[in-house]
Design a protein around this ligand. Structure first.
Ligand code: ADP
Ligand code: MG
Ligand code: MG
Length: 232
């Protein structure tokens, strides 16, 4: 469903991604590991189509079409959705207003809000005064309402306490059921909510330096750091 071929991306005229190859089949989950600054968030935001990220080379094939030059809203319509690592506060806009744009079935929104205990957030301004965990839950809730074919999820567990982590884990589990997803994780805590066959990718300096089963890769990372087994 997604095939990224030799993707080179510049931000502020600096090359950040230096030839990424990445592939995901239908219903598959990809997990990205890597040091701070290795290009993980840049990769997800490039997939989504944010305008700061200039594709200089390579292809992004999403469901058999090259979308590397498509707008962000076209990509959303084709079925991509993202949860940013640091979601912005949007003053003056209530969560419910955005949810209604994402899904015109208001009854379904209200039912899901009940299910995920999000009712009290619906009529607040987006992320304003929310705690770290509440922001992540609110953003994930928007993704659930949007129901994308490919969910891009950037560090869902950072800044989140244990209770919220469990809620977030369950939300992600539901979100990616029978769908595809890419999840960036720093701590690996989210792995226990992801399928055992999730694919793992280690990023370093704008490249993928290692691939394998995500859970196996993470065991190695915990023991040996990011570079073990790399020949170069
Ligand atoms: P990661 O998510 O792996 O921690 P990022 O993708 O956020 O890494 O960042 C990779 C590199 O790109 C970093 O050196 C970062 O400073 C730089 N970078 C990312 N976004 C921007 C931006 N909007 N402007 C300038 N530099 C950026
Ligand atoms: Mg980071
Ligand atoms: Mg990041």
């Amino acid at each position: 469903m997604l095939k990224v071929d030799n993707l080179v991306v510049k931000v502020d005229n600096k090359e950040i991604l230096k030839g990424i190859d990445f592939e995901l089949k239908d219903n598959e989950i990809g997990v990205i590991f890597g040091q701070n600054g290795s290009g993980k968030s840049t990769f997800l935001q490039t997939l989504m189509g944010f305008s700061d990220y200039k594709v200089k080379n390579g292809k992004i094939i999403f469901e058999n079409q090259n979308i590397a030059n498509e707008s962000i809203d076209k990509r959303a319509k084709l079925g991509m959705g993202i949860m940013l690592q640091k979601p912005p506060v949007i003053k003056g806009v209530k969560l419910i207003d955005v949810l209604k744009l994402l899904n015109n079935n208001e009854e379904e929104i209200l039912n899901l809000a009940k299910k995920y205990n999000m009712e009290s957030y619906l009529y607040r301004e987006i992320n304003k005064g929310f705690s770290g965990g509440e922001i992540k839950r609110s953003e994930l809730f928007s993704l659930i309402i949007q129901s994308p074919k490919l969910a891009l999820i950037d560090e869902p567990e950072s800044g989140v306490d244990v209770d919220n982590l469990k809620l977030i884990g369950e939300m992600i589990k539901n979100l990616i059921q029978n769908r595809s997803g890419i999840v960036i994780t720093h701590t690996g805590e989210i792995l226990k909510y992801l399928p055992d066959n999730s694919k793992g990718f280690i990023f370093e300096n704008g490249k993928v330096i290692k691939k394998g089963l995500a859970k196996e890769l993470f065991k190695d990372i915990k023991k040996f750091g990011f570079r073990r087994g790399d020949e170069s």
